[in-house]
Design a protein around this ligand. Structure first.
Ligand SMILES: [Zn+2]
Length: 128
């Protein structure tokens, strides 16, 4: 690589850490809320005889909450892994090729674990 990105400074890492910890808090709160919604919806479906269209709507709402919950858990796992990498002093390096991920990318996506090149390749492999 010709354009070598400078290493992240201690201050920059500390700033990303604060952002990631904030994300953990927000996602955990979302997790609690979504689980409560799911529990409430389940009890509606289970405790009342909802037939036909109402039953179908309840099931759809469940699917939506489950999708949100899955998204939130994927996000939370990524954020926690980023914090783990920070602990190990590996934060900001691509887990695939070891290149610096780059400050501008981390500003947008502090939990990123791949550089732009590896991310592109991964998405290409997945056919996105
Ligand atoms: Zn890479």
């Amino acid at each position: 690589m010709l354009t070598l990105e400078p290493e992240l400074t201690v201050e920059q890492v500390a700033r990303f850490k604060a952002r990631l910890q904030e994300q953990v808090r927000a996602l955990s709160a979302q997790d609690v809320e979504l689980r409560a919604r799911l529990a409430a919806e389940e009890s509606v479906t289970a405790n009342t005889f909802v037939a036909g269209i109402e039953g179908a709507m309840a099931a759809e709402a469940d699917d939506e909450v489950i999708a949100l919950l899955q998204h939130e858990q994927t996000e939370l796992a990524a954020v926690k892994q980023a914090l783990d990498r920070m602990e190990n002093g590996e934060y900001g390096q691509c887990t695939e090729c070891g290149d610096p991920i780059g400050l501008s990318r981390l500003e947008v996506l502090p939990e990123a674990h791949l550089c732009v090149g590896c991310q592109d390749m991964l998405e290409h492999r997945q056919g996105r």
